[in-house]
Design a protein around this ligand. Structure first.
Ligand code: NAD
Length: 252
């Protein structure tokens, strides 16, 4: 199934757990992929290109740094013309066990800078070319925590809820240009980073598995396939949703 043939997808935080699964899923469906991360993605990009017969470009990007976003946009324009699909996936976690009144103010603003301003600025950089081409797909990563809230994760809860507002505003502004803007709100997803925390005893697998109705965490692939679905040309009537992919966590 090459439903994304001829399209170019940029994924921020592409080296992370959900990011890697997403670039693999999009490439497997024929998209050229741009792996944007603070971390080096060269090896990952060449592996994906070899495996799926698509072009894969690694770019260093800090989503809080406008000049690095502009550099990435120019590299993408030179190589592919534009990005048809942008997945705003880069993210950070809140320090453990920090009630809001004990959290340094700089941690709070950093959380908003990466998730909210980062997604907004990366979108702004790639939207004009999408509009010119009368096609675009922006997919933001929010979280079930943005819907239900989580104590000791107030900064994260705030940032992820704000992704919903960003998504709806951009969806309304850009719909007439064939550009859809949606968010995915995953439940708990078993990435390497979180697996290591569980192994170290600083994160409780069972607590969050039991909160979900299906009784387990998601795999990164289960999130990536929903992102791919929203990215497809056939998904043009879905815009402005903040779609829970949480195994029933929010209704349990
Ligand atoms: P991860 O920690 O595995 O990967 C995050 C990636 O983002 C890393 O490669 C990191 O280098 C990159 N990154 C961080 N700051 C950046 C910046 N300023 N500029 C560019 N890149 C930056 O995280 P993950 O678990 O794969 O999460 C991906 C997204 O999904 C995040 O937005 C996260 O909040 C969201 N999410 C994750 C879960 C989960 O359970 N894992 C659940 C809901 C939502």
């Amino acid at each position: 199934d090459r439903s994304l043939d001829g399209l170019t997808a940029l994924v921020t935080g592409a080296v992370g757990g959900i990011g890697q699964a997403t670039v693999l899923e999009l490439a497997a469906h024929g998209a050229n992929v741009v792996l944007a991360d603070l971390a080096d993605a060269e090896d990952l990009a060449s592996g994906i290109a070899a495996r799926h017969g698509v072009a894969a470009l690694a770019v260093r990007m800090d989503v809080t740094d406008e000049s690095s976003i502009a550099t990435a946009r120019d590299l993408v324009a030179a190589r592919f013309g534009r990005a048809d699909i942008v997945v705003n996936n880069a993210g950070i976690m809140q320090r453990l066990s920090a009630d809001h009144h004990t959290l340094p103010a700089s941690d709070f603003t950093r959380m908003l800078a990466v998730h909210v301003a980062g997604s907004a600025q990366v979108s702004a950089a790639f939207l004009p070319a999408m509009r010119d081409n009368r096609f675009g797909r922006i997919i933001n990563l929010s979280s079930v925590i943005g819907h239900v809230g989580l104590g000791r994760r107030t900064a994260y809860s705030t940032a992820k809820a704000a992704i919903g507002g960003l998504t709806r505003g951009l969806a309304l502004e850009n719909a007439r240009w064939g550009v859809t803007v949606n968010a995915i709100a995953p439940g708990y997803v078993m990435t390497d980073v979180l697996r290591a925390k569980i192994a170290a005893g600083t994160l409780d697998y069972d607590r969050f598995a039991e909160r979900s109705a299906v009784g387990r965490w998601a795999t990164p692939d289960e999130i990536a396939r929903v992102i791919r679905f929203l990215a497809e040309p056939g998904s043009g009537f879905i815009t402005g949703v903040d779609w829970l992919v949480d195994g029933g966590f929010s209704i349990n």
